[in-house]
Design a protein. Structure first.
Length: 138
């Protein structure tokens, strides 16, 4: 899909813990809302550092903690009650790196020597989706 949408870009498939690039070959490395899903986050960050040129930029966007997202926190409690812990934990997964101290520690343990955390506040709006016989037009 990416190749079709942006054919001018050279796309490479790989896994985050073993990036398909030579040492110090990229000026910038960006992870947009993915770091929390990698199996070995420290190894992933080390890989990002490995392929980054000296003075390059490493940027990672992560969701704030679930405590800072009241609608999702409420939904997680509801899912826990109605569908079980496993379903609720799937919803909690994107928010596991939301604590600034934990995030800074993760980066430090991976070898990142200077970190800056910026929090951006906003509002998410989602359209209504209905499933089942009640959602059919009458």
């Amino acid at each position: 899909m990416a190749q079709r949408l942006a054919p001018a870009i050279e796309w490479r498939a790989g896994v985050a813990e073993s990036l398909p690039f030579p040492d110090r070959s990229l000026n910038d490395v960006v992870s947009q809302f993915a770091l929390m899903f990698f199996t070995d986050r420290r190894r992933t960050l080390r890989e990002m550092l490995r392929v980054l040129v000296a003075g390059g930029l490493l940027a990672a966007a992560v969701w704030a903690s679930l405590d800072d997202m009241p609608a999702y926190a409420t939904e997680a409690v509801l899912l826990d009650r109605m569908a079980g812990r496993q379903a609720a934990d799937a919803l909690r997964a994107p928010f596991v790196l939301g604590d600034p101290w934990d995030l800074t520690t993760l980066f430090s343990e991976a070898g990142v020597t200077s970190t800056e955390i910026r929090t951006h506040h906003g509002t998410a709006r989602h359209g209504f989706l209905a499933f089942g016989p009640w959602s059919q037009p009458t």
